[in-house]
Design a protein around this ligand. Structure first.
Ligand code: FES
Ligand SMILES: [Fe+2]
Ligand SMILES: [Fe+2]
Length: 492
């Protein structure tokens, strides 16, 4: 019987995991959750890290859900006592109302932290997360309804609604458990299983330039090496957050940034400085001797000959003239040129802002056309689409921070470099891995996708130009009004 129940649960979660129809609401929810944080720039990123639990070293969401779950459970139990004799019934009634209210208050923090954690999920976990959030939001709505019924003295109905809320909460909890234990959302993905016992040389010291992460393997364990300000650090290559490849990340502000969701690990300690990661990245002891970098490992060295991603030049625009691969590769090239232009434009005056605006517009449009047209097709032939989608969100976050900075500041330059690295990683991975895989869609489909991409790009550009013209007119109008107003005042 228990087995049958388990199978029913699995069938339900599998059904949810395969519902592509959840992707659109998931996307809309993701955008509305991330927008306020993006508008806050750097402060938004810090706030998000706080909500993930990065500073605290543990995810906050599971901790905070105990408040509503515990309080609402107590409230439902107190409701059961209400039918007893008079004196205890009165006390039980007061306790039920109080714990119900407390649960509703605590739910706010749990919802917020849950949404922030969910934002970084993709694929099946993201779909289950949407249903988990909707179920728990329904439970919260029911408990709030029960609270309002109690205020109006309709206690019988209120008790019924609370029980319904409790059943809904159970369903939400089941899905939450599935996310944590099956889909490993919020669990540690770093490789911690291989304790080092003896130093093993892995790489000639001269092969590790400053600030260029490089992956090596030691006895099957993937390790990322980074030289920063002369000192070499070594970490497990798989990011503790979701297993992203840190060796394809970049160095920023004393930390190593993961290309998937932007966690930044301190190069000295491995502690996360920026979320979403909450667990420290496992470190290896490093020694440089006789021109070799050695890690403290008892096993023989693995494959030190791996070529770091940074040395791989992006291939020339692939594909046939006008097909999807060609259109997207050309657009990548345009973005690379715009990055160079922003960096080369003098920071004073409005010129740099104008190029930056152009770049931001092209990045937005690129994300849109890939998300709407290319990725849905590529999904059929490659498993890379979910992580590419996550990277798009991370790029949008980084861009949002850049847009809030003073273009003449050194902070702007550092963030511009970091964003360029992130775009290079993303576009490079598409060019080297996703586009070749997409060739199996066939020439006809790639050509029709190419036409659709080019048409949509043109439409988006036209709409953007019209928006800018409208905005320019509005600004001119405002200025005109200001002049007119001042003239009237002077006249008066
Ligand atoms: S995998 Fe998410 S930040 Fe690294
Ligand atoms: Fe992309
Ligand atoms: Fe792309």
């Amino acid at each position: 019987m228990a087995q049958r129940r388990a199978r029913i649960g699995d069938r339900i979660t599998q059904w949810i995991e395969h519902r592509r129809s959840l992707d659109a609401p998931g996307h809309a929810l993701g955008v509305s959750v991330s927008l306020p944080f993006r508008l806050m720039g750097r402060r938004g990123k810090d706030l998000r890290s706080l909500l993930h639990g990065t500073r605290y070293g543990h995810p906050l969401h599971p901790l905070l859900v105990t408040v509503p779950v515990g309080s609402w459970t107590a409230s439902v139990l107190f409701d059961l006592l209400e039918g007893a004799s008079d004196e205890p019934a009165l006390r039980a009634r007061a306790a039920a109302d109080m714990t119900l209210g407390l649960g509703c208050l605590g739910a706010g923090a749990a919802v917020l932290t849950g949404l922030v954690d969910w934002q970084d999920t993709h694929g099946k976990a993201r779909r289950v997360g949407v249903v988990h959030a909707a179920t728990n939001a329904t439970a919260l709505g029911l408990f709030l309804g029960s609270l309002s019924l109690r205020r109006r003295g309709r206690r019988r109905e209120a008790r019924g609604v609370s029980r319904l809320g409790f059943a809904t909460l159970f369903a939400g909890g089941y899905l939450g458990g599935h996310l944590a234990y099956r889909r490993r959302v919020g669990t540690d993905h770093a490789d911690r299983g291989n304790a080092p016992f003896g130093f093993t040389p892995v790489l000639p010291a001269t092969d590790l330039p400053e600030n260029t992460p490089r992956r090596v393997e030691v006895d099957g364990v993937e390790v990322v090496l980074v030289r920063h300000e002369g000192a070499v650090s070594a970490f497990s290559d798989r990011c503790s957050h979701f297993g992203g490849p840190l060796s394809q990340g970049w160095v920023f502000d004393g930390g190593l940034v993961c290309p998937w969701h932007g966690s930044r690990y301190c190069l000295k300690s491995g502690d996360p400085l920026d979320g979403p990661a909450t667990a420290p990245q496992p470190r290896f002891e490093v020694r440089e001797r006789d021109g070799m970098i050695a890690l403290r490992r008892p096993a023989p060295p693995g494959d030190p000959e791996r070529v770091p991603v940074e040395t791989l030049a992006p291939p020339a625009p692939a594909g046939e003239e006008g097909d999807a691969i060609h259109v997207l590769s050309l657009h990548h090239g345009l973005m690379r040129t715009l990055f160079d232009l922003v960096a080369a434009t003098p920071p004073e005056g409005d010129a740099r802002l104008a190029v930056l605006d152009e770049l931001a517009g092209e990045m937005d449009m690129h994300e849109k056309i890939e998300h709407e047209i290319f990725y849905p097709a590529a999904r059929r032939v490659t498993g890379m689409v979910p992580s590419a989608g996550a990277e798009h969100r991370q790029l949008a976050d980084q861009l949002a921070i850049l847009l809030t900075l003073d273009t003449a500041s050194s902070e702007f330059d550092a963030h511009l470099r970091a964003l360029r690295n992130a775009v290079e990683h993303h576009a490079g991975t598409e060019e080297r891995e996703m586009f070749p895989a997409a060739r199996s869609l066939g020439r006809t489909e790639l050509r029709s996708l190419g036409r659709a991409l080019a048409d949509r790009l043109e439409d988006l550009r036209r709409a953007r130009t019209q928006r800018l013209i409208r905005l320019g007119r509005q600004v001119a109008l405002e200025r005109g009004r200001g002049r007119l107003g001042r003239a009237i005042n002077r006249g008066a």
